[in-house]
Design a protein around this ligand. Structure first.
Ligand code: HSE
Length: 314
């Protein structure tokens, strides 16, 4: 059995407006998780962006995820060393917790000799994250539609072509998914459901056919954004600024507070205008121009060579 594995997992932006808890897109921004079985004890280390906001105790989500794999296949490691190198701003709507979960699952699965399929790992990841959209996109890469049926995730991945860029304005305040879900109503109007079904369907059709111009009509939402926008000062102005600067469409990234503008041109101008619009609300932000990750999570196994099928993932 290998005793060490390293996973590299892309960030994700989800919902894309109308596709609440269903649509996700993997982005070229990465975290890595390295897991090693050692002779005894537990060693956890967190490096990288926002490392002060991530637990280095046994409640760490990557460590918990690794433990879930070990429990479910009945493997008892003698000791564990886990190193999370975080490249994704934490609690900002970019799927950081999903990448940590996948990192723990993938590396533990590798150390156990891969008892679980990709599909099973996606189900475990969804169980831990609470919704499938972030983890499915980060695991598989590209644009992913995820449907839940009987506690299983049924994902379909689409390629987005090479032209699409996502300009993400990441404000300097966190917004937990728990808080952002807490403001949502328990029931919705039929008219709002129809509004979202139509736009979400158009969005998938637009990506599938490469008709990116249609994103401007497709990327609107009545199920979650209207309730979350009050939690994000400047949302309307940042959106307007991005559109004026040449974005095709704009949506909240996941549960927020980051705002994602979808572009095929003018990315630098869109980035500059989004930053200025946040600044007018006394909010400083980091703006990243990101390409789509079409590969998904990868895992590298150390200490065990010539084992076909254990090298790639995606
Ligand atoms: N679909 C989830 C939500 C994403 O909007 O609550 C959370 O990152």
């Amino acid at each position: 059995m290998p005793n060490k594995a390293t996973a590299r997992i892309p960030a994700s932006t989800t919902n894309l407006g109308p596709g609440f808890d269903v649509l996700g897109l993997a982005l070229q921004l990465y975290s890595t998780v390295e897991l090693q079985e050692i002779d005894s004890g537990i060693e956890l280390a967190i490096h990288g962006i926002d490392s002060d906001k991530i637990s280095s105790d046994t409640d760490n989500i990557a460590y918990q995820a690794a433990g879930l794999v070990f429990d479910r296949c009945g493997y008892k490691p003698k000791g564990l060393r886990l190193v999370l190198t975080n490249g994704i701003p934490a609690i900002r709507g970019l799927g950081g917790s999903g990448t940590a979960i996948l990192g723990g699952l993938l590396t533990a699965n590798a150390i156990c000799g891969e008892p679980f399929s990709t599909a099973a790992l996606l189900d475990f990841a969804t169980e831990l994250d609470g919704h499938p959209d972030n983890v499915a996109a980060s695991l598989l890469g590209g644009f992913v539609v995820s449907v839940m049926q009987d506690n299983h995730v049924h994902p379909i991945k689409l390629d987005c072509g090479s032209d699409l860029r996502v300009v993400v304005a990441i404000p300097d305040f966190p917004l937990s998914t728990k808080q952002a879900r807490g403001v949502l109503p328990k029931t919705v109007q039929l008219a709002d459901a129809i509004y979202n079904v139509s736009r979400s369907s158009l969005l998938v059709a637009a990506i599938a056919t490469g008709n990116l111009e249609a994103l401007s009509l497709a990327m609107h939402d009545r199920l979650h954004q209207p309730y979350r926008i009050p939690l994000i000062p400047g949302f309307d102005e940042v959106t307007e600024a991005a559109m004026q600067a040449g974005a095709l469409s704009v949506a909240l990234s996941g549960a927020g507070p980051s705002i994602a503008a979808y572009c095929t041109t003018s990315t630098q101008e869109v980035a500059a205008q989004m930053s200025r619009a946040f600044a007018r609300h006394q909010i400083s932000c980091d703006v990243k121009v990101l390409s789509i990750d079409s590969t998904g999570a990868t895992v590298r196994i150390c200490g065990w060579v010539n084992q076909p099928g254990h090298q790639g993932f995606g």
